[in-house]
Structure formats: structure tokens, C-alpha cells
Design a protein around this ligand. Structure first.
Ligand SMILES: *Cc1c(COP(=O)(O)O)cnc(C)c1O
Length: 390
């Protein structure tokens, strides 16, 4: 056993996890770990959720897959539910965040070509992350992700995040731009939040220039920030929204939602996916969305996030190498003044799963179903590790 037959895309693994329940994971030796990462913003409702496991088992016994040549009622219901929640009108289902984003980029190009633009161009942000396919790695703002994969895809220009004036300047110099694609909170880029009025400014700019406003909510979506989609806090109606990660609580599914003219761009033959929105994935995601919408999940996301963020803020007050603590709901970043990758291993040794992104930002994406006590436990394990970090 071991990694020797796998492509070396992820480096060495710390351990093998064999089971999970709620906010807890268990390794093959029976050690338990408090999960403050949720499989990278995926298992927002926790591990082995009994109602989700039941839908998986029941649907698997009924019908797993039939292709999109046939109507799939759970897929239609899921689309309607997502539209009801978001004010969007039509949905395309894929199997991942990158695929949802590919659909968005294709919508932008259909829009640009329809307008008669020669080289339809999408405006993307510094430090963005949109996925690992060729178009989405080109859209991402990290050389590390792009290096070695040249030639990159044409039709992208880049500007700074949370700086509307800079985008206006770019707009003046680029008549080929037809869309803006932006994460409302940058996840991989280090939990970077925008000013409250940024989203309306983006909406106004897009309206003025007939661009599509497209939000990548692959990480921020599905209740994590205390709203189903983070942009809903702003009241702004985008033309396109993508999501994935938390949508299936671990069942692979991605969605590209569109509104208005953008929702009418795709025609039969334009796009497709063999697996996308199949009966199994759709039934599970439908259950996940129902669970997020019912009960107190949004409230929990905010409470859990506040306990962790406030707890860390109090415990780390005056610690010189802590630069900033920021976030929204169950999406929290602790930025240090120095690279801190090793804190990931250190936290594991203390029974806590975290992540470090953008070199020096500790990223916490805990499941929204954490109890207050578990959230406090995240703080009591993590704060001393950060404090003592050399
Ligand atoms: C994770 C992520 C993606 C890529 O999703 P995959 O399912 O890994 O393809 C895209 N955008 C954002 C904002 C993400 O966090």
C-alpha cells in the first residue's frame, strides 16, 4: 500500500482517515480529530449525516444514473429550489467547482460573441482561485497554479480585488471585456473580504457596460457564511453564480446558475455533462439544500463562526506575529506575518484538522453543525499553537 501508483499531485499524506461523525474524524488507529476544515468546505452538515446517508442508500438502490437524455425529477426540483433561494432562473449541473466555472466562462463567451465582440474577454482578480482546468487555472490569479501549463487560455484580463476604480480603468482600455468573474470572498487566496459596497459597484459597472456579473460561490456558497450565497448579504442580483463544494456534502456536484438574458444563452448542443446532475447526485444535493434551508443551519454557521473568530481574537490579542483575523460565518482566516504551513501538521498532532493557504493564512472552514462546545474546543487547541509558533 501507499501512494506509489498515484500521480504526485498532493504530496505526502499525513494519515488515513477511515470514518467520521458530525464534526469528528477517526483515523485507522482510532484516534479522533476535530474537523475545522470539512473536507475543504464540503461537509458543511458534518460527516455521516444520517438523513443524507439514507438518501444515498435509497437512491442508489433505485436509480444511480440514466444520462441527461431523460428527465430527472430530482434534478428539476433541485434547480427550482436553488432558483427560489437565489432569485436566479436557470441551472446547469456539472460535477465540480471547475466544471461549474467552465459553464460560467462559456456563458460569458456566448454573451460576448452575441454582442459581436471579436475576442470576448473575462475580467478576473488577483489572487483568485477558480479551479484546475485550463480555462479555470488561467482565470486563477496564482502563477504556481499556472506554471508549466502554458499556453494558457486567451480571453482573460486581471485586476485587483476590491478596487472598483482600478476595474474602471481596465474597462476603459479593454473594449473586448464582456464579463466580470469574482469570488465574493477569496478562499484559497487567503479569506479576503471586500468592502460592503463593492458588490453594488460591480453591478453598476456591469450594467453600464453590458457585462455579465458572475460570482464564484463554489466555496462561499451553501450556507457557509450564514446566507445560502454570500453575495445575498449585498442584495445584488448577479447574472451568473456558480457553486459546488458544500452542495452535495461530499457527493460530487457543481451548479452554474444564471439569471435574465444570461439564462437564455445556452441552446441544445452548446454544453453538456455525462454525469452532471444525475439522479444520485441530484437526490443527495436536494436533501442537502433542504437541510440547509430548514432548521437553524444559517444561524449555526454564524454562531459557530463567531465563537471561533471571537475566541481566537481574544486569545491572540497582542501576539506580534498575528497580523489579522477575519472572515464571515464558518469561513475564517488567521493571517500571520510569516509562512506557517507546518501549523497544519502541528494541529493534527493535537487532534485538530485545519488548513494553511496563501502561505501565511490559517484557514478554518468548520462544519456548520458544530456545537458551541466544539467551536470553543477549536479555539482552545489552536490558539496556543498559533501563540507559540516560531
Ligand atoms: C475549490 C474551488 C474551485 C474548484 O472546485 P473543484 O471542485 O476543485 O473543481 C473553484 N472556485 C473556488 C472559489 C473554489 O474554492
Amino acid at each position: 500500500m501507499g501512494d506509489k501508483a498515484l500521480m504526485n499531485t498532493y504530496g505526502e499524506k499525513a494519515m488515513t482517515l477511515v470514518s467520521g461523525e458530525g464534526a469528528w474524524l477517526y483515523d485507522e488507529k482510532g484516534n479522533k480529530y476535530l474537523d475545522a476544515l470539512s473536507g475543504i468546505a464540503v461537509c458543511g452538515l458534518g460527516h455521516s449525516h444520517p438523513e443524507i446517508s439514507k438518501v444515498i442508500a435509497d437512491q442508489a438502490a433505485e436509480l444511480i444514473h440514466c444520462s441527461n437524455f431523460f428527465a430527472i425529477p430530482s434534478q428539476q426540483q433541485l434547480a427550482e429550489k436553488l432558483c427560489d433561494i437565489s432569485g436566479m432562473t436557470n441551472v446547469f449541473f456539472g460535477n465540480s467547482g471547475a466544471e461549474a466555472n467552465e459553464a460560467a466562462i462559456k456563458l460569458a463567451r456566448l454573451h460576448g460573441n452575441k454582442k459581436g465582440i471579436k475576442l470576448p474577454t473575462v475580467l478576473v482578480m488577483d489572487n483568485a482561485f477558480h479551479g484546475r482546468t485550463l480555462a479555470t487555472l488561467t482565470a486563477s490569479g496564482s502563477r504556481k497554479i499556472q506554471a508549466g501549463f502554458e499556453p494558457l487560455v486567451s480571453g482573460f484580463v486581471r485586476g485587483p480585488f476590491n478596487d472598483i476604480e482600478a476595474l474602471k480603468t481596465i474597462a476603459n482600455n479593454n473594449p473586448d471585456i464582456c464579463a466580470i468573474f469574482v469570488e465574493p470572498i477569496q478562499g484559497e487566496g487567503g479569506i479576503n473580504l471586500a468592502d460592503a459596497d463593492y458588490f453594488q459597484q460591480l453591478r453598476d459597472l456591469c450594467d453600464e457596460l453590458d457585462w455579465l456579473l458572475m460570482f464564484d460561490e463554489v466555496q462561499t456558497g451553501n450556507g457557509r457564511t450564514g446566507m445560502f450565497f454570500y453575495h445575498q448579504y449585498s442584495g445584488v442580483q448577479p447574472d451568473v453564480v456558480t457553486t459546488a463544494k458544500g452542495l452535495g456534502n461530499g457527493m460530487p456536484i457543481g451548479a452554474c446558475l444564471a439569471h435574465g438574458e444570461a439564462a437564455k444563452l445556452m441552446q441544445p448542443g452548446n454544453h453538456g455533462s455525462t454525469f452532471g446532475g444525475n439522479p444520485l447526485a441530484s437526490a443527495v444535493a436536494l436533501k442537502v439544500v433542504e437541510l440547509i434551508e430548514s432548521g437553524d443551519i444559517y444561524q449555526r454557521a454564524v454562531i459557530v463562526g463567531n465563537i471561533i473568530m471571537q475566541g481566537l481574537t481574544d486569545a491572540l490579542e497582542g501576539v506580534e506575529h498575528v497580523k489579522d483575523i477575519r472572515g464571515c460565518g464558518c469561513m475564517i482566516g488567521v493571517e500571520l506575518t510569516k509562512p506557517c504551513k507546518s501549523l497544519y501538521t502541528e494541529a493534527l498532532k493535537h487532534g485538530l484538522v485545519i488548513n494553511v493557504t496563501a502561505d501565511s493564512v490559517i484557514r478554518l472552514l468548520p462544519p456548520m453543525i458544530m456545537t458551541d462546545q466544539e467551536a470553543q474546543q477549536v479555539v482552545s487547541i489552536l490558539a496556543p499553537l498559533i501563540k507559540d509558533f516560531q
